[in-house]
Write a protein of this length. Structure first.
Length: 459
């Protein structure tokens, strides 16, 4: 509050005592004029203003500690403020109800998220309950920039658990790409609940960012969710969390539930291509895609290749930690000689299949190749390698060993090179031709288990 008064309101610099590291009773200001009295009058004038502002702040601080006559039966000061918040029916958004209703939604979501992030559910719910109470305190009314921080201070003064108090301040974070993220479990649960409620709510009423316009800071909220998940290494199924909270919001707004089932269709589903079935509600089918776009921005800023992002997103994964792990493993693999060579082999196989599928139809070669139609030695070697790779890659992916999965793929390099060198794919015999094309389709499927290589540069 002192910093807000001096720094934000008066545009001066606060100072610390080097001996105690606490705030000093002095401040620093910069003048754009050369004063004949060496700045004495300027310093005195600013001092009077700062003292008056600090006197106001002290008055508001003391007022907030006193019981509220109309809500004294609610117990502690912050609980009384929460009761006032509810009684005032302060509107959060015309279509999303009051701040009190939003508090209830965040409480429920924080309690649901708590076990998923290693937090105590009761503490998460209590922190979420009090998180917005300081909005109706006198100090925050005068100094809006200290919201959250004052909530924490008042929570500490009324004896709340330390984790609960910290979460009240931290639930607004991060507020920008360089702001710190919450790292305590209770703070994480409440911060995620607050941001997910905002995102799902505004998507439900069809208030989405358009172009450069983002009046509700939804891009920042999505980036905050992404940073909290990734930088804390949280294994959170984003799709499930969004689906569940969507049901809550829809029921609250419309008084009934709706279907928001993510259908894992061929070539779609998951984070990259969500395909929800919706009834009686504004279209929210691209909310997961919005997260995918924000994740791409986040990773590109950290040097990730855009083509590798697309290659992994195409798999429909919604676990952000796994997505990043896949991208890192793919990047490392493609930098190896085996990776570069296998990518070239994939490109060759994909081009052949693309040309032949135009003649025979899409999916014409997806059946498993016949063993009795293998004539050349190289066909037998590649077939055995493909069967082995299918098993090994599936096992490694199940264990979330993405480096191991890439290594299993790398074993296809030599037999694939030999196959292309020695075997004529488009043989005159129609059965041999089809069987060899089926082997190439099996090669494509094996590689698509770890990423869609058609989206990788050079493929």
């Amino acid at each position: 509050m002192i910093r807000a008064t001096i720094r934000a309101n008066q545009k001066c610099f606060v100072l610390r005592d080097p001996k105690t590291e606490k705030l000093a009773n002095k401040f620093l200001l910069v003048s754009n004029v050369v004063a004949t009295d060496h700045g004495k009058a300027i310093a005195a004038g600013n001092g009077r203003v700062v003292r008056a502002r600090l006197s106001d702040a002290l008055y508001f601080w003391k007022t907030d500690q006193a019981p509220l006559p109309d809500f004294s039966d609610k117990g502690k000061p912050l609980d009384q403020r929460l009761a006032k918040l509810r009684a005032l029916n302060i509107v959060f958004h015309a279509k999303l109800g009051t701040q009190g209703q939003r508090v209830d939604r965040i409480m429920a979501l924080a309690r649901d998220l708590a076990p998923k992030v290693g937090a105590d559910a009761d503490k998460a719910a209590r922190a979420a309950e009090l998180a917005k109470a300081d909005l109706v305190t006198e100090v925050v009314g005068e100094f809006p920039e200290v919201q959250g921080f004052m909530g924490r201070r008042y929570a500490e003064l009324q004896g709340e658990d330390a984790e609960v108090a910290a979460a009240i301040e931290d639930h607004y974070k991060p507020q920008g790409p360089t702001d710190r993220i919450p790292d305590a479990p209770v703070s994480i649960a409440v911060a995620l609940a607050d941001k997910l409620d905002t995102l799902v709510g505004f998507w439900a009423i069809d208030e989405k960012p358009t172009g450069s316009k983002d009046p509700f800071a939804l891009r920042r909220a999505a980036l905050g969710v992404i940073r909290i998940i990734l930088e804390n290494g949280l294994r959170l199924e984003l799709q499930t969390a969004l689906n569940s909270h969507h049901q809550v919001i829809h029921k609250e707004i419309y008084g009934r539930t709706t279907t928001f089932d993510i259908v894992q269709e061929e070539g779609g589903g998951g984070l990259a291509n969500p395909r929800p079935k919706m009834r009686n509600i504004a279209d929210v089918t691209d909310l997961l895609s919005f997260f995918a776009d924000r994740l791409k921005v986040y990773l590109k800023d950290r040097g990730a290749r855009h083509d590798l992002l697309d290659a992994v997103f195409a798999l429909g994964e919604d676990d952000l930690v796994l997505i990043v792990a896949r991208i890192n493993a793919l990047d490392a693999f493609l930098k190896t000689e085996d990776g570069a060579s296998l990518l070239a082999g994939y490109k060759r196989a994909a081009n052949i299949l693309k040309a032949e599928e135009k003649k025979d139809g899409a999916g014409a070669f997806e059946s498993h190749p016949e063993a009795n139609l293998r004539i050349e030695h190289e066909e037998h070697v590649l077939a055995a390698a493909l069967d082995r790779a299918d098993r090994e890659v599936a096992e490694k992916l199940k264990a979330e060993d993405f480096e191991g999965a890439m290594h299993a793929l790398s074993k296809l390099r030599t037999p694939a090179d030999a196959f292309f060198d020695k075997v004529t794919v488009n043989a005159d015999n129609a059965d041999l031709r089809k069987n060899r094309l089926q082997m190439l389709a099996q090669l494509r499927r094996a590689m698509h288990l770890v990423a869609d290589f058609s989206k990788v540069g050079g493929a």
